[in-house]
Design a protein around this ligand. Structure first.
Ligand SMILES: C[S@@+](CC[C@H](N)C(=O)[O-])C[C@H]1O[C@@H](n2cnc3c(N)ncnc32)[C@H](O)[C@@H]1O
Length: 236
């Protein structure tokens, strides 16, 4: 199916797809967590069941995240090595490339990677299938900018310490980890997934030689719920 752009009708179909996908989400299904603790089968199912219609992918906006676009608006990344985590349909990776970075982007799901390649056939982005928890050894300390948007909040809390270590291990000396996620207060109950992150989870990303440089608490607007945008730096 071609891309007609994001309309109200697109969002309505996307919401309907989300409701159907919630019904098979292991973390919303009794007994499902043990069967699929990392939600891998579910992520695979999302892209498979979408059958090429982006409205079937609950996080598809067909545009870079506005907080990434805003961050890039005042920067050039010429020649920097950038890595986009859990790249989905590729819009954030393409924005990083448009800012001048040499971008690698990966997703757990082969179909997501294939779909991103189909959407951007002329792209300079190197799209790969890979698992954050078993990333290729050659990526270790290999990126000046590691960008993560919405993958952490899609993972159960039990995986977040390992995810933080995995992210830190990808940042080169002198490099930056940029994280965009939905936010919640400490101790605030949420029905996930996704699970908006509390402050302690953002602070806990400062591991493996990373220190928090900025932690922006971005209040909700009519267009967007409350978010974090945080930058962590590894001293060079
Ligand atoms: C909520 S989506 C966000 C996609 C994209 N970053 C965005 O902002 O639109 C999370 C993505 O992470 C991928 N993912 C989940 N677990 C992963 C893992 N262990 N390694 C790599 N990607 C993963 C999923 O397949 C999915 O595409």
């Amino acid at each position: 199916m071609g891309e007609a752009g994001v309309t109200e009708e697109f969002f309505a179909r996307r919401a309907a797809a989300r409701a159907r996908l919630d019904e098979i989400d292991p973390h919303k299904t009794p007994g499902g967590v043990a069967a699929d603790p990392q939600r891998k089968d579910w992520f695979e199912a999302v892209y498979r069941l979408a059958e090429g219609d982006a409205a079937g992918v609950p996080w598809a906006h067909l545009a870079p995240h506005p907080l990434l676009a805003d961050w890039l608006a005042t920067r050039r990344l010429d020649g920097l090595r950038a890595l986009d985590i859990g790249c989905g349909l590729g819009d954030n990776a393409e924005a990083l490339a448009a800012a001048g970075a040499r971008v690698t982007a990966f997703d757990l799901v082969e179909e997501a990677v294939a779909w991103a390649r189909r959407r951007f056939p002329q792209s300079a982005v190197d799209y790969r299938a890979a698992d954050l928890f078993a990333a290729p050894e050659v990526w270790r300390s290999g990126f000046d900018l590691v960008h993560e948007c919405y993958t952490l909040q899609a993972l159960p809390d039990t995986l977040l310490d390992a995810a933080a270590q995995a992210l830190a291990g990808l940042v080169a000396p002198g490099g930056t980890l940029l994280v965009i996620a939905r936010a919640r207060d400490e101790g605030q109950e949420v029905g996930g997934p996704p699970w908006p992150l509390p402050p302690s989870r953002m602070e806990a990303l400062a591991v493996g030689g990373l220190r928090c440089e900025t932690l922006e608490d971005i209040p909700a607007t009519n267009a967007m719920v409350r978010h974090w945008r945080a930058a962590f730096r590894r001293d060079g």
